[in-house]
Design a protein around this ligand. Structure first.
Ligand code: APR
Length: 181
């Protein structure tokens, strides 16, 4: 399967997706918050917070896994995006969120995963740049793990994010198409 057969975009609420794992855009405490973090904890219920307490936090760019509890998803992969400050390491940290979440998914034989637009809300990452980094990281990881079957959904909670993901995936398709020739 090529890159674009494995990747899709969903316009909606990530907590409703019946995938093996949804990714949470958490903070370093892993003890919940607002945005998608708040939504995931609300739907998953208290047991999610109880399990998160046993993880003792998570560094920026790293990923940790818990059960999904009352969510339709079996697992939640918690990752911590960079708080945008226009530094070079912001791009590297955001890239690692996607890369490390996919590697952790593979370790747990997860074959379908949904990502929110990490760091583009409270953490202030400009949506276009963040989307380009997200799509690059996922495309690089899929290229390096060709033999592993996994489908990736980019969950977009608003129209602006949805349109930007459509645009960046179209650009990526063109780029990959040219490389093949
Ligand atoms: N489903 C999908 N996407 C969602 C949902 C949802 N239910 N709720 C919010 N989002 C989107 C936002 O619209 C944004 O596009 O997730 C993206 C990431 O935004 P935030 O949730 O604010 O995450 P982030 O920018 O990474 O900031 C993380 O916010 O909630 C706190 O505890 C969290 O401190 C951490 C910080």
């Amino acid at each position: 399967m090529g890159f674009l057969e494995k990747v899709s975009i969903d316009r909606g609420d990530i907590t409703r997706l019946p995938v093996d794992a949804i990714v949470n855009a958490a903070n370093r405490t892993l003890l919940g918050g607002g945005g998608v973090d708040g939504a995931i904890h609300r739907v998953a219920g208290r047991e999610l917070l109880e399990e998160c307490k046993t993880l003792h936090g998570c560094d920026t760019g790293e990923a940790k896994i818990t059960g999904g509890y009352r969510l339709p998803a079996k697992y939640v992969i918690h990752t911590v995006g960079p708080v945008y400050a226009g530094r070079p390491e912001d791009e590297r940290d955001l890239y690692h969120c996607y890369w490390n979440s996919l590697s952790l998914a593979r370790e747990h034989a997860i074959h379908s995963i949904a990502f929110p637009a990490i760091s583009t809300g409270v953490y202030g990452y400009p949506v276009l740049e963040a989307t380009q980094i997200a799509v690059k990281a996922v495309s690089d990881w899929l290229e390096q793990n060709k033999e592993y079957s996994i489908t990736v959904i980019f969950s977009c909670f608003d129209d602006k994010t949805y349109r930007i993901y459509q645009e960046v995936l179209r650009e990526t398709e063109t780029k990959l198409g040219k490389q093949k020739k």
